[in-house]
Every structure is written in C-alpha cells, then in structure tokens.
Design a protein around this ligand. Structure first.
Ligand code: DGL
Length: 254
C-alpha cells in the first residue's frame, strides 16, 4: 500500500480528462496535477522543446513525492526522449491500447500537429488493426482554442477544416489522440454528427493501476488532490472545480 499521490502532467487543462478518469475509477488515489498553460500549446512546438518541457514537468512532480507519473498528454508522451521513463518512479504514457466498435472500417486519428508528426498512433494502430483504414487528422489550433475556452462553434469550425483538409469526412469512428479534445465533445459532434469518438483516458488509467497493483502500491484511503497551472487560473480553476469539487488550484512556476 502506498498513499502518496500520482503525478499527472499536461501542457494545460487537457490532462484533466485523464485525472478525472483516475478519480472516478479509483477515488482513493490522490492526484498532483501540473498543467503548463503558460507555454500551451505544445502541439505546435518542436520536438526538442516538447522534450525539454516534459523534463521540467517531470522534475516538478517528482519534487512533490509522487509514487508514479502519468503523462496525461499525447504530445508529450510521443515526443519525449527515450530515457524519459527512467527514474525513481514508474512513468505511464498515454495508452494506445484502444478498441473500436464492431464493423468500423475507417478511423480518423485526431491529434496535435506535433503528435501526428511522430506517426506513433498511426503506426501502432495500423499494425494492430490491419482491417481498418486509419487517417491522420492534425488539428491546428484546436487544443489552444480549448485551452482558451473559445466558443464551441469556433472549435467545431477548426475541426471541420481539418476534417476536410485531411479527407476524413467519411470516417465511421474517431480517436481523440489529444487529451484536450474530450473536453469538448459537442464541438466534435457538430463537425462530425453521429461519429463515435474513442477516448484513451480509461485504458491509460487501467495501465497505471495495473503497475501499482503489481507493486502493491495502490492507496487505501483518499487524500488531498492538488492542481497547479503555470498561467490562466481564471480558465483552469472553474474547470477543475466542476470536475473535482472544491480542491486546491494554484499558480506555480516550473
Ligand atoms: N493535451 C495535449 C495532447 O494530449 C496537447 C495540447 C497541446 O497542444 O498543448 O496532445
């Protein structure tokens, strides 16, 4: 048993979708969350920058005595250096182990330009599901618009533009390969009515918990959840509180 918190990182509010899944599925696990809203979006930065920022977020969380790190961000997960998972605690990246509704033939992978540039999702899924056709849909500006709490219609029009540009109008399922996107299901529904979207938050949490269980490190009593952001508390705090109730939300520096 280990009642220390689990550290979760993201470039901003997106990782809250992973934190929320953890909180709903395993409420005894405490969370320390860091969102780098000041430097968001990561998805339009270079691989080098993203890897460096990931190291800073990791150091921030390790300094808070976490028992595990969850990278609640696809862009960081697939752009960090190979040695990122080394260190004193297990590091869990966003899971690629998702499944699709029966009969699905064409799937759109919706992600930031920096995630798509790695082709990590495409390479893994096209090997695992050779019968499905995958289309990569880099969504310019979508994570940033969600971070800045832009109107649903504007976000939807950005999604629609990407769908058109990358020939994804005829997909029969979508994959939210950016943790910001499940925060605005309505924007995706407007752009692609009736298309089901898969969110990898739960499989990511399941993987993390499996590792903790193997190490006999699950928590046996709920503790405090803390949320840190490097900027824009006015956007992040109401969202955090709507998801987690009256918790500590603080501005910090890395
Ligand atoms: N939430 C992040 C992800 O899962 C990306 C957002 C950003 O561009 O910073 O990819």
């Amino acid at each position: 048993m280990d009642n220390r918190p689990i550290g979760i990182m993201d470039s901003g509010v997106g990782g809250l979708t992973v934190a929320k899944a953890l909180h709903d599925m395993y409420p005894k696990e405490s969370i320390v969350f860091i969102g780098d809203s000041k430097r968001n979006p990561y998805g339009e930065r270079t691989r080098e920058e993203i890897a460096d920022f990931g190291e800073e977020l990791k150091a921030f969380l390790l300094a808070r005595d976490v028992k595990m790190l969850i990278v609640g961000c696809n862009t960081i997960s697939f752009n960090v250096r190979d040695n990122f998972t080394e260190g004193p605690v297990p590091v869990v990246k966003m899971s690629l182990d998702i499944s699709f509704p029966k009969g699905v033939r064409k799937v759109g992978i919706f992600a930031t330009p920096a995630s798509i540039a790695t082709h990590a999702h495409y390479d893994y899924l096209s090997k695992k599901f050779p019968e499905i056709h995958f289309t990569e849909v880099p969504c310019d500006g979508v994570a940033a618009a969600i971070e800045q709490k832009k109107e649903e219609n504007l976000i939807s029009s950005l999604v629609r533009k990407a769908v058109k540009e990358y020939h994804a109008c005829d997909i029969d399922a979508g994959y939210w390969a950016c943790t910001h996107y499940p925060l605005v299901p309505g924007a995706f529904e407007k752009a692609l009515p009736h298309v089901p979207f898969i969110d990898p938050a739960r499989p990511t949490v399941e993987r993390a918990v499996e590792i903790l269980r193997d190490r006999d490190a699950l928590a046996d009593k709920a503790g405090e959840n803390r949320f840190y952001f490097t900027d824009c508390l006015e956007n992040a705090s109401p969202l955090v509180r709507s998801l987690f109730g009256p918790v500590v939300v603080e501005k910090t520096v890395l």
